[in-house]
Design a protein around this ligand. Sequence first.
Ligand code: ZN
Ligand code: ZN
Length: 137
Amino acid sequence: MFSEEPELEFCAACGEERDIFEFLEDGSNLFATYCQPCRRTHIKEWIKEHPKEVKAHALDHQHRRRAESFGGKTESVDRFKVFQRDEGACYLCGGMVDPENWHLEHKIPLSKGGSHTYENVGVSHPECNISKGTKVA
Ligand SMILES: [Zn+2]
Ligand SMILES: [Zn+2]
């Protein structure tokens, strides 16, 4: 019935055969095909090399929690996708923003029950954002 042999799979990073349980079923994970030790090191390196994405991810979580606390809908919003969608144009004044310095703005503020969803966010200049006068942080 059961074989004594563990099921093995090759790690995409080190190329060694490892027990299949070390791999992730979640194929959307960047390192699903890496063995456990390889995944640990690569995640560490990835975090070091992608501070912007890591920060954006943390901020996304903050926004979701804030929206939820005010009863707004939430979804995971990738700010880089929003930037692409809006083609880098500020939704308040229509001007181009600095790709290194722009705000992901909630059109209906979260504090007013606005949702943290693609629909309710736009690219904005930090200045336009402040003059709109709804943002505290
Ligand atoms: Zn490996
Ligand atoms: Zn603007």
